[in-house]
Design a protein around this ligand. Structure first.
Ligand code: PBG
Length: 340
């Protein structure tokens, strides 16, 4: 017999379902398994060396041999997909990014070596010119602007080289108009009909890419006739409807997977695209998002594991099937230990 007034005796008590860990696990709606993670790898030339990246504690530029060793470790933990980014020597960078089309460049060598050592790994290459451009832009620069159609032609050739080297997926991250169609046509014309396109569909002009640009020394340079930022091709963070337009175009042009980037500040965009397409959606938990948690954890201000797990789970809850994260190895270990 209750003595509490009616307003203190609610009929519905959702807290019953939160009472114990066993119950919470029964009713949990989102399960992020390591299968859904992609580990980005920064690769450099040389043998058996690594260079820690200052603003990304725990992540380093690795030589190809060390990259393979880490990928192998990742695969044992259930992370089977890798996005590779070449840290190209400054002496090889030119304004036209010509090294991007060298079949012996670091990208192609890395893909061949990883696929040879780990044929079951899914290797995803980045299609954009910035790692190879001495100007630090994703596209060709002419008369102070980024040249759209000329860039698409180069990107399409780059994609064919990566496919020839054995890439499972190519991932245009450049935001040129029409690049997915150009890449699909070039791949199909050269017989690479099975190479998938993971399009960076809604890629915003974000300040959260800072640590990544440090890792590749790829920030736009300060020089006359070179745009200071990427705002004429990457999207305005204030825009939502424009993401739907990009998604409509990328899907029509032949994208197999669509990505939203960065991740946490753009959960609304992930949810929106999830509702608009049947294609898988990927989210990129970018370098700055990773760095923020690491830096606060180093000061004792945040719990790294809890914040990392919460961030990645939120990306999955919002609707991403696939998550690119620098914390993939850590997450997979927590998963194995039953901590997730
Ligand atoms: C460049 C590229 C960037 C990232 C992935 N591909 C940086 C940029 O657009 O300047 C950022 C990833 C990250 O911050 O983790 N094509």
């Amino acid at each position: 017999m209750t003595t509490s007034p009616d307003w203190l005796a609610p009929d519905r008590r959702p807290r019953r379902m939160r009472r114990t860990d066993a119950i919470r696990r029964l009713v949990r709606e989102t399960h992020l398994t390591p299968d859904r993670l992609v580990l980005p790898q920064f690769i450099m030339t040389g043998d058996n060396r690594e260079e820690p990246i200052d603003a990304m504690p725990g992540r380093s530029r690795l030589t190809i041999d060390r990259t393979i060793a880490e990928c192998e470790q990742a695969m044992e933990l259930g992370v089977r997909a890798f996005a590779i980014f070449p840290a190209v020597e400054a002496s090889l960078k030119t304004p036209e990014a010509t090294e991007a089309l060298n079949p012996e460049n670091l990208d192609c060598q890395s893909v061949r070596a990883i696929k040879k050592a780990l044929p079951e790994a899914c290797v995803i290459t980045d299609i954009a010119l910035d790692p190879f451009s001495s100007l630090g832009h994703d596209g060709l620069v002419g008369n102070g602007v980024i040249l759209n159609d000329e860039t698409c032609e180069v990107l399409a050739k780059m994609a064919v080289l990566h496919a020839e080297a054995g890439a499972d997926m190519v991932a245009p991250s450049d935001m040129m108009d029409g690049r997915v169609a150009a890449i699909r046509a070039a791949l199909d014309d050269t017989g690479h009909t099975d190479t998938a396109i993971l399009a960076y569909t809604a890629k915003y002009a974000s300040a959260f890419y800072g640590p990544f640009r440090e890792a590749l020394e790829s920030a736009p340079v300060d020089a006359p006739d070179v745009p200071k930022d990427k705002k004429t091709y990457q999207m305005d963070p204030a825009n939502t409807r424009e993401a739907s337009l990009e998604a409509m175009l990328d899907e029509a042009e032949g994208a197999d997977i669509m990505m939203v980037k960065p991740g946490l500040p753009y959960l609304d965009i992930i949810a929106r695209l999830r509702a608009e397409t049947t294609l898988p959606i990927a989210a990129y938990h970018v370098s700055g998002e990773y760095a923020m948690i690491k830096a606060a954890a180093e000061r004792g201000w945040l719990d790294e594991k809890e914040c990392m797990m919460e961030s990645l789970t939120a990306l999955a809850r919002a609707g991403s099937d696939i998550i690119f994260t620098y914390a993939a190895l850590d997450y997979a270990r927590w998963w194995r230990e039953g901590l997730v």
